[in-house]
Design a binder for this molecule. Structure first.
Ligand SMILES: Cc1cc2nc3c(=O)[nH]c(=O)nc-3n(C[C@H](O)[C@H](O)[C@H](O)COP(=O)(O)O)c2cc1C
Length: 379
């Protein structure tokens, strides 16, 4: 065999292999995407539903934990465990689910627990129970003791399964003044405040802060690796783990993991910043939740106020989404605090809000996966 025949042969073999691997990659992707037995929308209907309220206290406790588990959490890590006792519930942090790069202090972890606490208290009130909370000052637990009282119509209950972080661009319509007035008037927690940034000057400052933080984070390979680990690129991954950030919930398509990771890792920091600037420009307004101190109790109370605010917006048909990168990068957080003359008030969460259609909802783990001692499932 001469040299030209050998090279033709190897070229042919090479092309054959390339075609074969291309075809099998496409086949795996199609199978993964169009698998009728993996019905994501059906899973979300099951995972995020209203459940009938019972009068039997033991069952009630499980219902409240179910609603607590539908709360917001950083990267949808759901970093919580619940312990049901005689007349109390303990919420513990699951430190194995903390984002060690994004959240080294556990600040967002405790805010997530505060979000869950708020849903728990709302559903308990709807069933006729008041919860007295002991905040985690020196301990690593939130303790809630319940006492019965007359059940009252808890308006925010049915917003719990409908609330979502809607990450698309919003319509340009403003939120009417009467709705803004209601949002400004929601009850707060001690030490927690809302800062509405509606005028052009403050919006520009915040846009610059988000942009600077995006550039910082997307240049950091450890941030990208952690993000990739919590991204769910296909419905199969999302349904299997029932946590993390499923791409369709952010308005992005499903892709095989290798392609998704390649795309995320290849995102230029400025590209990400431009994307977020556009989203901020397509929002009716921005809200910063601030606290007076930076400790576990303040973080839990921040989460409670966020959940209350987001549920109130949901019940008014207003969408919201978080953009916390300027608070996650300490230097940018300090710049933001100075530029907005916040003095001693510390930014904890940044939200944008406006009007948009729903995006697919993110899944939650089953109740038995978040109970310290799993009880037989009744819901
Ligand atoms: C403390 C905290 C920080 C968050 N930060 C962001 C953020 O910076 N950007 C974002 O898009 N979503 C953020 N989220 C929203 C979560 O990703 C979201 O709650 C989770 O994926 C579950 O989705 P859902 O809220 O739509 O149910 C944050 C949530 C919490 C509680």
């Amino acid at each position: 065999m001469n040299k030209s025949t050998t090279s033709k042969l190897s070229r042919r073999v090479f092309l054959k292999w390339t075609a074969l691997s291309g075809l099998s990659a496409a086949g795996i992707y199609l199978l993964d995407t169009y698998t009728p037995w993996l019905n994501y929308d059906q899973e979300t209907l099951e995972s995020l539903k209203m459940i009938p309220t019972h009068t039997d206290a033991a069952v009630n406790f499980k219902e409240w934990v179910y609603y607590a588990g539908l709360a917001a959490s950083s990267h949808n890590t759901q970093p919580w465990m619940f312990e049901i006792k005689q007349d109390e519930i303990n919420i513990y942090p699951d430190h194995t689910r903390r984002l060690s790069v994004l959240d080294p202090q556990g600040r967002e972890l405790w805010i997530s627990l505060g979000c869950a606490l708020e849903n728990l208290l709302i559903s308990a009130r709807a069933a006729g129970y008041d919860g007295e909370v002991i905040y985690p000052v020196k301990t690593d637990v939130i303790n809630i003791r319940f006492a019965s009282r007359a059940s009252q119509n808890e308006a925010l209950l049915d917003a719990i399964p409908r609330r979502q972080n809607t990450r698309c661009e919003y319509k340009l319509n403003p939120v009417p003044p009467d709705h803004l007035h209601l949002l400004r008037a929601i009850s707060l927690e001690p030490g927690i405040n809302l800062h509405f940034a509606l005028d052009a000057h403050e919006r520009t400052i915040l846009t610059e802060c988000v942009s600077a933080a995006d550039v910082y984070q997307y240049a950091d390979q450890t941030f990208i690796s952690e993000l990739n680990a919590w991204l769910r690129f296909t419905r199969k991954e999302a349904i299997h783990s029932r946590d993390g950030l499923y791409t369709r919930c952010s308005g992005n398509p499903e892709v095989p993991r290798w392609l998704g990771e390649l795309f995320v890792s290849g995102t230029k920091p400025q590209q990400q910043a431009d994307l977020d600037i556009r989203k901020m420009d397509h929002s009716a307004g921005l809200i910063i939740i601030t606290s007076e101190t930076d400790d576990k109790s303040a973080w839990v109370r921040t989460g409670q106020v966020y959940e209350r605010l987001a549920l109130s917006m949901t019940s008014m048909g207003i969408k919201s989404s978080m953009l916390n990168q300027p608070i996650e990068v300490p230097e940018v957080r300090a710049q933001m605090q100075n530029a907005l003359a916040m003095e001693t008030r510390l930014p904890q969460l940044l939200l944008r809000f406006g009007y948009a259609e729903d995006l697919p909802r993110s899944l939650r783990r089953n109740i038995n996966q978040i109970l310290v001692t799993p009880a037989p499932a009744t819901i």
